[in-house]
Design a protein around this ligand. Structure first.
Ligand SMILES: Nc1nc2c(ncn2[C@@H]2O[C@H](COP(=O)(O)OP(=O)(O)O)[C@@H](O)[C@H]2O)c(=O)[nH]1
Ligand SMILES: [Mg+2]
Length: 229
């Protein structure tokens, strides 16, 4: 199943749904919406997607989507932005990667390249990558990528006790701490097809700081869990 968290994506969501359908025909597409000031939900339904509404925030939308996918018996789940950033063409390669790992992350910083990010943001994402690598013990690059493919069994390990905030680098560290095998797959991402990113200065600086703290908290949480098992 494909899970698209979406807020204020009404003008873009139909083409994202269509693109997914083109590359993965027949796969159920679930949009999880909250907090939109436009008609994102209605546009998703009109495009033929399933629609759920969740409590506020990206992390909660993801959790609701993942829980639904597991309840429906999905063998794997791909989370993807609803803003047109993630190319449908990457979906088959993520699924292919999933044959030999638990979680495959689409990375802007491997191979394909060409993704243009404002320098401060690039530095922040790379610093967070280094930070998450340090705390998880595994080499991670694109820790804020929202394009990720999960095996059902892997998702089941994180979905109930799910981060209620952010769910980017902190979720990756949690997954690694639970022993999941994570692989990054090169993906040539596009810039947002319009609208606004949830990461705008100065909010994004606060967001990065919060993510750094939550990442460390995950690392310690993982130690605690391992020692009590
Ligand atoms: N349901 C829901 N989706 C959100 C929320 N914030 C962001 N999103 C969606 O999550 C995806 C990633 O957000 P985006 O702003 O593009 O983050 P960026 O790609 O890191 O700049 C997009 O599809 C957004 O519409 C939210 O509060 N609720
Ligand atoms: Mg985006």
């Amino acid at each position: 199943m494909i899970v698209l968290p979406a807020r204020n994506e009404a003008p873009r969501i139909a083409s994202v749904v269509e693109e997914v359908r083109h590359f993965l025909p027949g796969v159920p597409i679930l949009v999880v919406e909250n907090g939109s000031q436009d008609h994102t939900g209605e546009a998703a339904l009109a495009a033929g997607a399933l629609l759920l509404r969740s409590q506020p925030g990206y992390a909660r939308a993801l959790q609701v989507g993942f829980q639904h996918a597991l309840r429906e018996g999905a063998p794997w789940v791909i989370q993807m932005d609803a803003d047109g950033q993630h190319p449908g063409a990457a979906l088959p390669s993520l699924l292919h990667a999933l044959e030999s790992c638990d979680l495959a992350v689409g990375s802007r910083f491997l191979g394909a390249g060409g993704y243009r990010m404002p320098l401060p943001r690039r530095l922040a994402v790379q610093a967070l990558g280094g930070w998450a690598t340090f705390w998880s013990g595994s080499r991670l690059r694109d820790v804020t990528s929202g394009l990720r493919a999960w095996r059902r069994e892997a998702l089941a390990q994180v979905v109930e006790d799910f981060p209620q905030e952010i769910a980017d680098a902190n979720l990756l560290v949690r997954a690694l701490r639970r022993g999941l095998v994570v692989t990054e797959v090169p993906v040539a991402m596009r810039v947002r097809a319009g609208g606004y990113s949830q990461h705008q200065l100065p909010r994004s600086a606060l967001f990065a700081a919060k993510m750094a703290v939550l990442t460390v908290a995950e690392a310690y949480d993982g130690y605690g869990r391992t020692s009590t098992k």
